[in-house]
Write a protein that binds this ligand. Sequence first.
Ligand code: FES
Length: 233
Amino acid sequence: MINLRIDDTPVQAEPGQTILVAARGVGIRIPTLCQVDALSPVGACRLCLVEIRNWNGRLVPACATPAQEGLDVVAHSEKLTILRRTILELLFAERNHICAFCVSSGHCELQDLATELGMDHVTFPYRFPFLSVDATHPKFGLDHNRCVLCGRCVRACSEVEGAYTWGFSGRGVATLVEADLGDPWGASKTCTACGKCVQACPVGAMFEKGKATAEQVKRPEILAEVTERRPRV
Ligand code: FES
């Protein structure tokens, strides 16, 4: 076992476990957005940043950093809360996250994180980009205005469903999640309409058609449920 400290609590981790998993094991919650159990960690959102005291205070993503012997991890501090809140503010300012008009309001991970971290206003200028909504699929919709580019849909589609429908186009703030290299979702030849991408989406970017806001509760845990039931080879 690997011995480390998280928020001054002695923690034991198995080799290969991340700091995030080790922290959860002793009941220490670290905020996350792009991380979902059963999907590979990509360190995209940086909300899980923790400080390593004995690495000169270096900041690392807890979801993508393996636990190591002797690490002295700070998972909660005023500085980290300010950093996480700033990341959230940037996410809110980047696209059009109008909770009052969102199908996921009330069960949205971005909204919940804002509440948890005390982000009650945005101090950056809003970009208000003009982005489209893809409503071509018979069962699902994709609203780019609400996308946080966490890539959970892309990884769910490739790593769990094996369809490889979703990918990213563009760079930086112009990045978009797109089906089949830019086809409308409804015209996709690879989409199996399984809905795993929708369940993985932490916000209202991907949604089910014909469901009221109160019914749009996502179940990202199905990804782990499906994966665990698969026979090991
Ligand atoms: S949850 Fe770790 S970087 Fe997003």
